[in-house]
Design a protein around this ligand. Sequence first.
Ligand code: AMP
Ligand code: MG
Length: 345
Amino acid sequence: MKTRIYKADDLAYDHVREDIRTTILAGRNVVFPTETVYGIGANAIDETGIRRIYDVKGRPSDNPLILHIADADDVTKYVTTIRPYAKRMMERFWPGPLTLVFDKSEIVPDAITGGLDTVGIRLPDSAIARDIIRIAGVPICAPSANISGRPSATLLEHVIDDFSGKVDIIIDGGKTPVGIESTVVDVTGDHSVILRPGMISRAMLAEIDNLVSVNEQSGLEKAPKSPGMKYKHYAPKGELVIIDGAVESVVSTILERLKQHGTQGDQCAVITTSEYQNKFPEDVVFVIGDADDDETIAANLFAILREADQRGMTHIYSMAFASGPHAEAIMNRLLKAADGRIITV
Ligand code: AMP
Ligand code: MG
């Protein structure tokens, strides 16, 4: 298949809009940018395109897809109940990087929920994403546009690497600004439960529901409430290890490791903030941002993991980024990418 790539500006042309609309309605896939990461989209109320997403991504079929809408009022079509605190979260954080999990209505196909009675819904802040949903005229399910297990795509080139020739259309929206996926919150109970941390942080949610909790199972247990959390995620090809602790010790530990690898012909990378880049040899350093700017750290995380892959890095050492307001979200992704390998020094 030859993939058609359009620029965001091309959405002004009728023939491009028609191509997107007919492609989605034919049960095929369109990759488009959202404010979090790129998503691979299909008609959320027709199984053909949904099945194709699972196939193309290699996604396990019990890992549900998030339904994306362009107008908040549409949520009522797909859910049975909206609790008052959920309504307040929608008013405060939509459009934005927050997915709410509701009890689903009949029209939501089991194919997107992995057989659950609930559905995750998000109203994206990205004008391009909302335009795509409106062009299609149907809700769009759109998991992250990466081969399952790989780092999510935040740049067009990542999407092309994973999906060129495998999807009908890719929309180029440049770099996605948030850089990590939405916060997923279960709003079916008396109080909210965070199933996946994200840039809408626990502190921000607590302003609305002061008893917000975190699903302690996320990630490890047999039957986590958010099925996606049990799978391998975000992994670069090289072996990623996080080194945590006082900066001096972290730096000396990483330098020691680099020295050991030096004699073995390994390709090493170090992910660090700008403050410490001079501590390491120039050719191994990947600067993720400034230590006090964790929005930028989040925005660059997946792109750095992908770049390390492109440059053939076999061993990647990362500092921990655990002190800012978005530490929970960033460390969730980094730890999964490292498959839990963290050394405290
Ligand atoms: P992705 O689309 O790749 O960003 O992944 C979507 C995430 O949302 C996965 O971790 C899913 O398990 C989670 N999710 C989607 N729908 C639901 C749902 N109905 N209940 C619980 N988690 C969900
Ligand atoms: Mg994903």
